[in-house]
Design a protein around this ligand. Structure first.
Ligand SMILES: Cc1cc2nc3c(=O)[nH]c(=O)nc-3n(C[C@H](O)[C@H](O)[C@H](O)COP(=O)(O)O)c2cc1C
Length: 446
């Protein structure tokens, strides 16, 4: 089983983390992230992963005031690549995942940032590939507005192709470093990018291959086009399943498409499901924690956030959530996310107020509440019945939710024989048991 810890403070998946007494407040300090990395490494996690966006989210009128006033998700983001570089120095085994958008900067810049940290960390980096979804982000990056989803993914295909060619610009062994013979690098084994991508980058790259071959590719888009992209490129897929059957169906679909459409080994794609664990030493303690987290949610603020998310004005809290969602389709920029909101609201027959509370509590991501054995039972079941290759743990509170998970749930998973008892390799690919694509391909491009 693979475990990844997701990091996006100060709000987290639980909107009130920033004002909970158990939530640490030093999230603009390096120590905050280094401590998180050490905690997850103590729990033998595969990876710590940093989400990102490039703008303070705005409402339908283009105003950011609500987001900032209510600590809306996305009020604060540190640059993820800079942050993983810092965490790399405080850890030695855990993988380091950074979100970088394909839509705004040249592939050379993306390739360089990520491969630099991959070298400096000894081969522990993963790239969470996003295309970005909002006009606000595009405007911050010097564009008039965000491109259509289809165009964004088409461009992302080209960007990832170019980035991976740059990463493989030096064949294995091209850095000869023969001091006696006086040969530093063998130019016959260092190549340019393919001609058809020359408008994006020419190469060769200023870095040889990484200790893990190349950074691991990760993706979380869930629309049909997003899944096609994942089947082509992703080695880790970050999914949010509404039910066990949905989780299994998605994993099956992605594995099939990777094999049939792209000739990939289905095991080269690891599908990880997001979960928010609320761990107590007893069931009663876990339920009490949940009650207290819920009690802290301010309904008017939660409604305001939902209105902002849906670009809606004055939603009626008593109205059926699905009707409100249908009336505001397209507002979030993510087809997959809106499908998920609609399906959960339908299944649970939510009112707008209930949807707002649930969104503030866990962003509708599956929540597991209980003592360590109960939570481990559930994760073990999902893993053994092939609904997931592992999980992305989304904490409610930094750092206490991760500490509870590492202290309580990890030992239970180890006892069941489904999770490692020690790190078995030096690179992230070794932890994921994923060979590097193209590791030994001769690349006759020049
Ligand atoms: C669980 C999850 C996590 C995501 N994390 C990020 C993120 O950190 N930054 C970002 O820009 N987009 C993030 N996204 C958005 C997706 O990467 C994708 O761009 C978006 O869902 C639109 O694609 P889609 O229409 O194919 O779903 C996330 C999506 C999901 C489902």
């Amino acid at each position: 089983m693979h475990l990844v810890g997701m990091v996006n403070p100060p709000t987290s998946q639980y909107a009130e983390n920033w004002r909970n007494p158990l939530g640490r407040a030093d999230w603009l300090s390096g120590r905050f992230y280094q401590d998180l990395g050490r905690t997850l490494e103590r729990g033998l996690f595969d990876m710590i992963f940093f989400a990102d966006a490039l703008a303070v989210p705005e409402d339908g009128a283009g105003d950011y005031a609500t987001t900032l006033r209510t600590a809306g998700k996305g009020s604060i983001y540190l640059d993820p690549v800079t942050t993983i570089a810092l965490v790399a120095g405080a850890t030695s085994k855990i993988g380091l995942g950074a979100t970088v958008s394909t839509s705004f900067v040249p592939p050379y810049a993306i390739a360089r940032q990520l491969l630099s940290v991959d070298h400096l960390s000894g081969g522990r980096v993963a790239w969470n590939i996003v295309t970005s979804t909002t006009d606000a982000e595009a405007r911050n990056m010097g564009q008039a507005g965000i491109a259509s989803p289809g165009d964004r993914y088409d461009h992302a295909d080209q960007v990832v192709e170019t980035v991976t060619q740059l990463w493989n610009s030096w064949e294995p062994g091209a850095l000869v470093h023969d001091q006696e013979a006086g040969l530093f690098a063998d130019p016959d084994r260092v190549h340019r990018v393919a001609d058809e991508l020359a408008d994006l980058a020419r190469g060769p790259f200023t870095l040889p291959r990484s200790p893990q071959g190349q950074p691991v590719l990760m993706q979380a888009g869930s629309s049909p086009r997003g899944r096609a992209f994942a089947a082509r490129w992703a080695e880790i897929v970050f999914a949010i399943g509404d039910s066990e059957d949905d989780m299994r169906a998605l994993r099956e679909e992605l594995r099939d498409r990777a094999r049939v459409d792209h000739g990939r080994d289905p095991d080269s794609i690891r599908v990880l499901q997001g979960v928010q664990p609320i761990v107590g030493w007893t069931e009663a303690e876990a339920q009490a924690k949940l009650t207290s987290l819920k009690a802290q949610i301010d309904l008017p603020a939660a409604l305001t956030k939902l209105e902002r998310l849906l670009h809606a004005e004055a939603l009626d809290p008593a109205a059926r959530a699905n009707e409100a969602l249908a009336a505001h389709r397209g507002a979030t920029g993510s087809v997959g996310f809106e499908d998920m909101l609609a399906s959960v609201s339908e299944r649970r027959d939510f009112t707008v107020a209930e949807l707002a509370i649930e969104q503030a509590l866990n962003q509708l991501h599956p929540q597991l509440v209980g003592c360590p054995a109960t939570i481990a039972d559930r994760l073990e079941h999902l893993f053994l019945t092939e609904a997931a290759d592992g999980f992305i743990v989304m904490p409610a509170l930094y750092h206490s939710s991760f500490e509870d998970f590492v202290n309580g749930v990890v030992p239970e998973l180890q006892r069941r024989g489904v999770f490692r008892r020690a790190y078995g390799g030096e690179t992230l690919r070794a932890l994921l048991d994923q060979p590097s694509p193209g590791a030994f391909e001769a690349q006759a491009r020049r």
